[in-house]
Design a protein around this ligand. Sequence first.
Ligand SMILES: Nc1ncnc2c1ncn2[C@@H]1O[C@H](COP(=O)(O)OP(=O)(O)OP(=O)(O)O)[C@@H](O)[C@H]1O
Ligand SMILES: [Mg+2]
Length: 282
Amino acid sequence: MIHPFHHKHPDEPHEEGPLLRVEHIAIAFEKPVMKDASMTVRKGETVAVLGKSGTGKSVLLKLIVGLLHPDAGKIYYKDKEVTALDDLQLMSLRSEIGFLFQGAALFDSMTIGQNLDLFLVKHTDLNSEEREKKIVHALEMVQLENSIDQMPSELSGGMKKRAGLARSIVIEPEMMLYDEPTTGLDPVTSSSIAELIVTLQQRLGIASIVVTHDLPTAYTVADRAIVLNEGYVIFDGDMKDLQKSDDPFLREYLSASRLDRERHDKILAARERLHSSAPQPA
Ligand SMILES: Nc1ncnc2c1ncn2[C@@H]1O[C@H](COP(=O)(O)OP(=O)(O)OP(=O)(O)O)[C@@H](O)[C@H]1O
Ligand SMILES: [Mg+2]
């Protein structure tokens, strides 16, 4: 399939350094959530963010798009310091970074096509013909091209997630932030969403941060994982090293997620298939 987007393939050399740098972030509400957290994301890379409930995973994503401001530390996206941008500049940043929130949050009174169109009108200067083309392409990517005129209420939970995803990618972001993309979905739908995240990375070279409780999803989509605990990044490394770690907290966290050896091996095999079968970009 010919794709409408023009991002570089992730295998091209990353000569310019990381796409995103989060440096020594601290943020407290009633209590400190982050004390000193740093991470990077390179072009085309998929990073899973793991950690117990309340450790600040959603907060981290909101900091990255400037919906929250840190008490200390800096965040850079490409050459821009996100933590120093004004509201207008943040608006424009949010048309470069796609964000799939914990709830899909489509407007119920509009069709799927109209939902995507509204997003394009807000974030671009395209005319209606150009927007229409992008809407059709984005819906094709998530296999919802036949739902363009349907209302959100007519879609299943998994389809709604995919429609939310189409809306995020219709602006052709170079980076996507996913907050619990598979939570609340059955295992089959979850794995289809996970496959879609891999497809977007492979076809469009989109870099991603995937916040998830679901380890199978993390293993399927991510190249690297970071684990947050008590305000710090306590693990930052390859997915395959996560299982090998003998850090006591990680051992407990991983065993609590009940991902046994057999299931883990199956997921890794599926991951290999998925990552090697993805079409090469034009
Ligand atoms: N806008 C806010 N105002 C006050 N407190 C907040 C705000 N946003 C987050 N918090 C607090 O910060 C902490 C981290 O929240 P966050 O939503 O990032 O957790 P999480 O790791 O995403 O959890 P979950 O896995 O349950 O989604 C929580 O204690 C939460 O109550
Ligand atoms: Mg959260």
